[in-house]
Design a protein around this ligand. Structure first.
Ligand SMILES: Cc1ncc(COP(=O)(O)O)c(C=O)c1O
Length: 337
């Protein structure tokens, strides 16, 4: 192997920078279950404001924020509509069903791209004891397994107004909403206005070691705070982690544009049209994804085989331009077999 490891398996593999570690060390803290951690409160207020909602709740993971957010909108035995590749239905190990009794019905979408009218046509109104009632729709922006796809704001707005007309709520899984915002120029407030509950993650492209937030109305967040505690997710002097999030928002948001440029650079070699790479994720359709991933790993370039033919590479702040060039070279050879 020449050069260091180039780890493109996920944008969750980043390590806290020196500046972030200094922010962590300097954080003022208190017992957050008592509501006394000033740094957590600052982060929650800041993120709620960025998204134009009343309140936010800091959680240890995006999965927990999604779990709490969906449970605010969907009662046991009701249904959540989401696309078949959504993280909430594919990668949270059945949490919404097993913990909160939520049922799901899915739609298929090329690259995870939302077609609001198609989704609204699936909504099942209350039909008494015959048909499961749709209580909420979940959308993911950017869309992870779709390949970092950014949902057009017009579609999100159409979904939101159609859902309101039908008495149905919207949950936005915005683990990478920051990427969508930087790529599209659509403001976080505009995105926030399209949903009742929003999850955003600090531990993906923003590079914090831990943390997500659930954003919604003050009443809903108060209920989610209770449920977080009930599930064992109350945390104490957690301002040390909130400080990493505040630092990330200050210093790592705008630079996501670099990750997006790096992803487009990787597109060609994975047989993907760069014009379809919206953000920091590239998903290639290759003949033998596990074999390619294994060959690249031998040379120090890590990518994920998400299926027999699905290869995923995710760019992030721990991979610079030289790393990307090495990945292009190594993956090019690995793909030739
Ligand atoms: C779209 C999406 N939603 C939710 C999550 C869950 O986040 P966490 O790993 O912090 O639970 C992820 C994680 O990668 C994700 O990609």
């Amino acid at each position: 192997m020449t050069g260091g490891l180039v780890d493109l398996r996920s944008d969750t593999v980043t390590k806290p920078t020196r500046g972030m570690r200094e922010a962590i060390a300097a954080a003022e803290v208190g017992d957050d279950v008592y509501g006394e951690d000033p740094t957590v409160r600052e982060l929650e207020e800041r993120v709620a404001g960025l998204l134009g909602h009343e309140a936010a709740l800091f959680t240890g993971t995006g999965s927990l924020a999604n779990l709490l957010g969906v449970a605010l909108l969907v009662r046991p035995g009701q249904e959540l509509l989401c696309d078949a590749q959504a993280h909430v239905v594919r990668a949270e190990l059945g949490a919404h069903a097993s913990v909160h009794g939520v049922t799901t019905r899915t739609w298929h979408a090329e690259r995870g791209l939302l077609d609001a009218d198609e989704v609204l046509a699936m909504v099942a109104p209350d039909a008494g004891p015959f048909i499961v009632r749709t209580a909420a729709i979940a959308v993911e922006n950017s869309h992870n397994f779709g390949g970092g796809t950014v949902q057009p704001i017009e579609q999100l707005q159409r979904l939101r107004s159609g859902a309101l007309e039908r008495g149905v709520s919207v949950h936005l899984d915005g683990a990478r909403l920051w990427n969508a915002h930087v790529a599209s120029g659509t403001s976080l407030q505009e995105y926030g206005a399209c949903a009742d509950t929003v999850m955003v993650a600090l531990s993906k492209g923003l590079g914090a070691p831990v943390g997500s937030l659930l954003v919604s109305s003050a009443d809903r967040i108060a209920a989610a705070r209770d449920q977080r505690k009930r599930l064992g997710g109350g945390m104490r002097q957690v301002g040390i982690l909130a400080a990493a999030g505040l630092y990330a928002l200050d210093t790592h948001l705008e630079r996501l544009a670099d990750d997006h440029a790096h992803a487009r650079r990787l597109a060609d070699v994975l047989g993907v049209d760069p014009a379809t790479v919206d953000t920091n994720i590239v998903i290639g359709d290759v003949a033998d994804a596990p074999a390619v991933a294994a060959a690249a790993a031998e040379e120090g370039v890590l990518v994920s085989a998400l299926g027999p033919r699905i290869l995923r590479a995710v760019t992030h702040l721990d991979v610079d331009e030289a790393g990307i060039e090495r990945a292009v070279d190594v993956l090019g050879r690995a793909l030739k077999g």
